[in-house]
Write a protein that binds this ligand. Structure first.
Ligand SMILES: C[S@@+](CC[C@H](N)C(=O)[O-])C[C@H]1O[C@@H](n2cnc3c(N)ncnc32)[C@H](O)[C@@H]1O
Length: 136
């Protein structure tokens, strides 16, 4: 597992906007080491971290990030992009979706946007804060 450069950039963006974060419902997708979500939680947001339900090691890393950063109230759920699962259905409306370095495999883009679209139906004002890296 690795903190991708995109995560550092998104974390800096969150820190810049830290005064707007307390009380916000924030979901991180494809969270991995979860740096942006951890920063958001430290700034007072109500954070849910998620990674693929088919990648238990990734979910374990999300848990470990919460434990190492003393954030027992942060929830971790398995959300596979494009899957309308019980966990996705059970999510409360979100204010912000964090997506750091998830747009790397074009064949996944539609699935990611399907998940975002589903969350937009719960809250049409939800914002997607995403960073991506151009790979050549
Ligand atoms: C390039 S890493 C980025 C990790 C982290 N967001 C960062 O920027 O450091 C991509 C992440 O997407 C997750 N992922 C890959 N395929 C996925 C899928 N189909 N659904 C949900 N998450 C997925 C991986 O487990 C991994 O954590």
């Amino acid at each position: 597992m690795y903190v991708w450069p995109c995560a550092v950039v998104l974390a800096q963006y969150l820190w810049f906007h830290r005064r707007s974060l307390p009380g916000k419902a924030i979901l991180e997708i494809g969270a991995g080491t979860s740096l942006p979500g951890i920063i958001a939680a430290k700034c007072g947001a109500e954070v849910i971290l998620s990674d693929s339900s088919e990648l238990p090691h990734s979910l374990e890393i999300c848990w470990q990030s919460c434990q190492m950063n003393n954030l027992p109230k942060v929830h971790v759920v398995g959300l596979t992009w494009g899957h309308v699962s019980q966990d996705l259905l059970a999510l409360p409306p979100q204010d912000i979706i964090l997506a750091s370095d998830v747009f790397f495999e074009p064949e996944d883009f539609e699935d990611i946007l399907t998940t975002v679209y589903f969350l937009m139906q719960k809250n049409p004002k939800v914002q997607l804060w995403s960073t991506y890296q151009i790979r050549k």
